[in-house]
Ligand binder design. Structure first.
Ligand SMILES: [Zn+2]
Length: 488
């Protein structure tokens, strides 16, 4: 199946062909480690995690995926100064927090996760060469990249240079040849600033340079996919292109992929509005996979609008999917049957897989892929319902295959990763803790209801069932007794 991706560089959907057959090299800009990561960070990571998994698991590419940590930056230095600690204390704290968030979200670890400070020597080498080539210049210990030396500047953001120049004038440094020139090296100005020795004097690298250096060293001069949020197109990615291509004389990246913004309650998320929503706040309220389902239910390039009610709906959707998984698991459990599927049954599964893959091959359209997952569960559930208790061995084998297929493709999106029994146990635990109740409280009520039923006091039994229902607990009477789970 051919893969098509929307390339910001050409503003068009293109047929994907990697630099090297069978391999994909991909770089996604990581966090600047000075604060807890928010839902905007979550979106980038969820989206590119799904892309990474799809390329590996469904298209069988060998993928080298790099996601960096910016562990030296003005924001980190300022925070360290305010808190009276070393800058490393700040960056290490928030890198650890980010890693915890990624684990909570079940994001696969990229192949490489370099830190900027591990590449200072290589950055200095790059700056030296750019100066030699006449693409960068020193002023009082600072080094700037000369935008005029790179005629293609602006090719990613598609903005005319004049417009960019007038935009940059607000914060103009008289020592720069052009207002658009950006820092490759920043001179140490105050004692509290961490610094490294260099031929240009004591200082630290500029932010844009690190991504160029790390990708060059880990992925080579030209690589396949560079991703990040749309807010990074200008100036960050534009500058990455300029310095990388000026340095190597070769194209830097084949396909530029950018994801859209996350709004909160229809407002732009910003520090000044005070509406920054961190990943850890969200997963306290909702299952992490609900957040993933919310993000992946829109195309990655579209803006998305977060609100708690919406997330609540996605939380229910995830629970429904797990309930389906659990039902399928219950039906097939301990049934060791060998039967071949009918052509019709085979077709239901292969149609599902094909439609999922073709959605993902169309510029990673996870919104359609998610809808295919729901359609498939509905179709199989309908078959189960129609047959009722008369499921044949053949049906059971079909449900087993359907279960595996559903798990497999959900895995590409990073959802339905838990065992359904464990999922419901944890959901119940969280629910009871929120209500300040224990399992014992629920079980006592169930016992009371069973007694009422034995005494044929059905009114009381119903009353207890309704009470439990209003507490968010649903009952199921089976031959083995009454079971209960969280109400969806
Ligand atoms: Zn970057």
């Amino acid at each position: 199946m051919d893969l098509y991706v929307y390339n910001t560089l050409t503003n068009s959907k293109e047929k994907f062909s990697p630099v090297e057959e069978g391999k994909i090299k991909m770089y996604v800009c990581g966090i600047t480690a000075y604060d807890y990561s928010h839902i905007g960070h979550a979106r980038v990571q969820i989206v590119f995690d799904a892309i990474y998994r799809f390329l590996k698991k469904r298209l069988n590419y060998k993928v080298d995926y790099v996601r960096n940590y910016t562990d030296i930056d003005d924001k980190i230095i300022n925070k360290a100064k305010d808190e009276g600690v070393n800058f490393k204390e700040v960056s290490e704290k928030y890198i650890k927090a980010f890693d915890e968030d990624m684990d909570l979200l079940g994001i696969e670890k990229p192949t490489y996760t370099p830190k900027a400070t591990e590449y200072i020597d290589k950055m200095i080498e790059m700056i030296k060469r750019l100066i030699e080539k006449g693409c960068a210049y020193e002023v009082d210990g600072d080094v700037y990249f000369s935008v005029e030396s790179f005629p293609e500047y602006g090719k990613l953001s598609k903005k005319p240079l004049d417009e960019l120049r007038s935009g940059a004038r607000v914060d103009v440094d008289e020592r720069k040849k052009s207002p658009l020139d950006f820092a490759l090296w920043k001179r140490k100005r105050f004692d509290y600033e961490p610094s490294w020795n260099s031929p240009f004097g004591e200082g630290r690298p500029g932010w844009h340079l690190e991504c160029s250096t790390m990708s060059l060293n880990l992925l080579g001069e030209t690589f396949d996919i560079h991703g990040g949020g749309m807010d990074l197109i200008f100036p960050h990615h534009e500058n990455e292109i300029a310095q990388s291509e000026a340095y190597t004389g070769k194209p830097f990246v084949k396909y530029w992929l950018h994801n859209g913004f996350v709004n909160i309650n229809k407002e732009k998320m910003s520090k000044s509005l005070g509406n920054i929503l961190t990943i850890r706040e969200i997963v306290k309220k909702f299952h992490p996979e609900a957040l993933k389902l919310f993000v992946l239910s829109s195309h990655y390039r579209s803006p998305i609008d977060y609100d708690d009610d919406k997330l609540g709906e996605f939380d229910k959707s995830i629970k429904r999917l797990y309930l389906t998984l659990k039902n399928w698991q219950d039906i097939t459990e301990n049934k060791d049957i060998t039967e071949t599927l009918s052509d019709e049954e085979k077709l239901i599964i292969s149609d599902f897989e094909k439609s999922f893959d073709s959605a993902m091959c169309d510029d990673f359209n996870t919104a359609v892929a998610v809808s295919k997952i729901f359609d498939f569960t509905k179709e199989v559930n309908k078959i189960i319902q129609t047959k009722g208790k008369n499921l044949s061995d053949k049906d059971i084998v079909f449900i087993k295959e359907a279960y595996l297929s559903l798990k497999d493709l959900s895995n590409v999106l990073g959802i339905l990763q838990e065992d359904p029994v464990v999922f419901f146990d944890k959901a119940l635990e969280k629910h009871l803790a929120d209500l300040d109740l224990s399992k014992g409280d629920i079980e006592n009520l169930i016992k009371e209801r069973t007694e009422a039923r034995t005494n044929k006091d059905y009114a009381k039994a119903d009353e207890i069932r309704s009470k439990l229902y209003s507490m968010g607990i649903e009952l199921e009477d089976t031959k083995e007794g009454t079971r209960y789970r969280i109400r969806i």
